[in-house]
Design a protein around this ligand. Structure first.
Ligand SMILES: [Fe+2]
Length: 136
């Protein structure tokens, strides 16, 4: 199930949109590594890349929010935390479970949903706020 960033998901802030594209790419790389049976070490490595990127992306968004006193900061922080927890859960599970289709589908559904929700709702609100106030 390839996840694709499309223009419909754009929040209108270049920095955020570029990072979202990369985020979709990293999720796809992890999913593909599992589907193509790349072996546990490679799979673990791809989820580590994904996690590192997510950490950097959330930090960048939070920096922007703080800089411009974004009123939805707490809501975003909570979402970021949930997203990170979901990724960490999968990352930990990889240590002791077999990678089978059940694991892959669970990951794809959970992460795809969160990613779509993240980009199309709360980040859209953040983008609108930054644009409407002339911050970007
Ligand atoms: Fe985001």
């Amino acid at each position: 199930m390839p996840f694709k960033w499309t223009k419909a998901l754009a929040v209108g802030v270049e920095e955020i949109d570029e990072q979202h594209k990369e985020l979709f790419k990293k999720v796809n790389e992890f999913s593909a590594a599992m589907r193509e049976n790349k072996g546990k070490e490679v799979i673990k490595e791809t989820i580590t890349f994904l996690k590192t990127f997510v950490v950097e992306h959330f930090a960048a968004e939070e920096k922007l929010m703080k800089k411009y006193n974004y009123p939805g900061y707490d809501e975003q922080r909570e979402e970021h935390q949930k997203f990170m927890n979901a990724i960490n859960e999968f990352k930990n599970e990889l240590k002791y479970v077999e990678i089978n289709s059940n694991f892959i589908v669970r990951f794809e559904l959970k992460i795809a949903n969160r990613l779509l929700k993240h980009t199309s709702t709360i980040d859209r609100k953040l983008g609108d706020f930054l644009i409407e106030n002339g911050f970007v």
